[in-house]
Design a protein around this ligand. Structure first.
Ligand code: C2E
Ligand code: CA
Ligand code: CA
Length: 445
């Protein structure tokens, strides 16, 4: 009973072949797979022979893995089986009772279950990739029959996670991303923020970059939502925060007066420990709180008002500044502007594109500028690509700018050079900085 039997393999393979051939017509990989009964019966006999607890352990990633690569899914399931066998030693019986569920008779109560969970959730190497398995464990004891006990344990696992067909590549990316976080393959680039009133760079927004071994450079617009759908955003978000604090501390060390803005997603805000993590990151990297800004979209801020308010009260009291990102693109109820004390609005790029020629965008930007002024908030236009857009926005009351026209996102050392070069050339000349200085002077006049 300690290995998945050949008959089971044959059955599963046949079922998977059926499943794969149905996939174009089926919206998810939810189809049931017939499982060999012999192992199950041996497990039932073991449960009946001694009245122990029975646990059902669902390997949550199995179905998504099977969608992407059946052999890999089977290898992963076998590895989970082996881990479980190792975990229970000689004292229990294991059977694969559903395609993604292992049933086990077990002694030792909750502590034993938690020890098994810990063991099963350790990173698992699969070929070149490493996955972080998650499990759902249902337990039943004192049932009238072994069959009932097993059925109750399986039911207690809850429903299997849905696997969307479109998530096939997402899943593979998620596993790659997980490895990228642990191996330090993510990077942060910094996009300059320019203040036309002073003609200087005031800081930068930190933007995540990922060079995937198999996909090359992947856009954060693609991989950040994948991080958000998995629990990886917590690790990646903390990494970004800490890296941005470290780099901004180096800027201060180099004598530059700059702030750093870090994006925070809705999932992160729901983590009550976020404000502590931010403060720890500042302290560990020796960065003053007023040099850090967090960017939240309206939707993220609104998703859980209680969490957002708690985050705000802790962080603002310490001097961290907060911006609304993509302003105008999400939430239409502006009431939150009264209850959540933001410091800055970032006008969404959709209102910036061609604002010099589009009357509707001008009306919206004018309205946003009046709103910012009335509420005492800073106003930044992002995604500015052309001088005419910058001109128009400045006329509409905008002072802070970010966009390819002023500077692209770049690694920290290049950003330092960019700012130092700008300072050095403010009165001299260099193609890019002469251009920046001219824009600054002209727009400020
Ligand atoms: P965002 O926060 O709105 O970031 C601004 C995006 O606009 C960036 O895209 C930036 O490279 C791009 N951009 C800047 N200037 C211009 C311009 O002149 N023209 C155009 N067309 N685009 C411009 P990027 O770097 O691809 O990031 C996309 C999104 O991914 C970000 O949008 C943000 O939502 C998310 N993201 C990036 N890094 C992080 C992160 O560390 N944490 C979280 N939670 N999200 C992140
Ligand atoms: Ca942003
Ligand atoms: Ca934005």
């Amino acid at each position: 009973m300690r290995s998945i039997t050949a008959s089971f393999h044959a059955l599963l393979l046949a079922a998977l072949m059926r499943l794969r051939s149905q996939r174009s017509a089926t919206p998810s990989a939810e189809a049931e797979i017939t499982v060999a009964t012999s192992d199950r019966e041996r497990l039932l006999a073991a449960i009946a022979a001694s009245p122990v607890e029975v646990a059902a352990i669902r390997f949550n990633e199995y179905r998504a893995l099977a969608c992407a690569d059946h052999d890999q899914a089977e290898a992963a399931m076998q590895a989970m089986f082996d881990r479980l066998a190792h975990g229970i030693g000689n004292g229990g019986t294991i059977a694969r009772v559903e395609s993604d569920i292992l049933g086990v008779s077990i002694e030792g109560g909750a502590a034993a279950i938690e020890a098994l969970r810990y063991l099963l959730c350790q990173p698992l190497a699969l070929g070149d990739a490493t996955i972080r398995p998650t499990v759902a464990i249902g337990v039943a004891s004192g049932s009238s029959s072994a069959e009932t006990g097993l059925a109750r344990a399986i039911a207690a696992c809850g429903p299997a996670p849905l696997v969307e067909l479109s998530s096939e590549s997402d899943f593979a990316l998620e596993q790659e991303l997980s490895a990228a976080i642990s191996s330090g393959a993510l990077a942060l680039h910094y996009q300059p923020i320019f203040d036309i009133a002073t003609g200087r760079v005031t800081g930068a927004e930190a933007l995540m970059r990922w060079h995937s071994p198999s996909h090359g450079q992947v856009s954060p617009a693609l991989f950040v939502p994948i991080l958000e759908r998995s629990r990886l955003i917590h690790d990646a978000g903390l990494w970004a925060l800490s890296t941005a604090c470290r780099d901004a501390a180096a800027w201060a060390e180099a004598g530059l007066d700059l702030t750093v803005a870090v994006n925070v997603s809705a999932r992160q805000i729901q983590d009550r420990r976020l404000s502590q993590a931010v403060l720890r990151s500042l302290a560990r990297n020796g960065l003053a709180a007023n040099r850090l800004e967090l960017e939240l979209t309206e939707t993220a801020a609104m998703a859980d008002m209680a969490s957002t308010r708690a985050l705000f009260s802790d962080l603002r009291a310490q001097g961290v500044r907060l911006s609304i990102d993509d302003f105008g693109a999400g939430y239409s109820n502006l009431n939150y502007l009264r209850s959540l004390p933001f410091d800055k609005l970032k006008i969404d790029r959709q209102f910036v594109v061609d604002v010099d020629t589009r009357g509707d965008s001008q009306a919206i930007c004018r309205g946003i500028a009046a709103l910012a002024q009335g509420l005492g908030l800073d106003l930044l236009a992002e995604g500015v690509e052309r001088e005419e857009e910058a001109d128009m926005l400045r006329n509409l009351g905008c002072r802070l700018f970010q966009g390819y026209y002023f500077g692209r996102p770049m690694p920290s050392d290049q950003f330092i050079a960019f700012v130092e070069d700008g300072e050095r050339h403010r009165m001299l000349s260099s193609p890019v900085h002469r251009q920046l200085a001219t824009i600054g002077e002209r727009l400020a006049s």
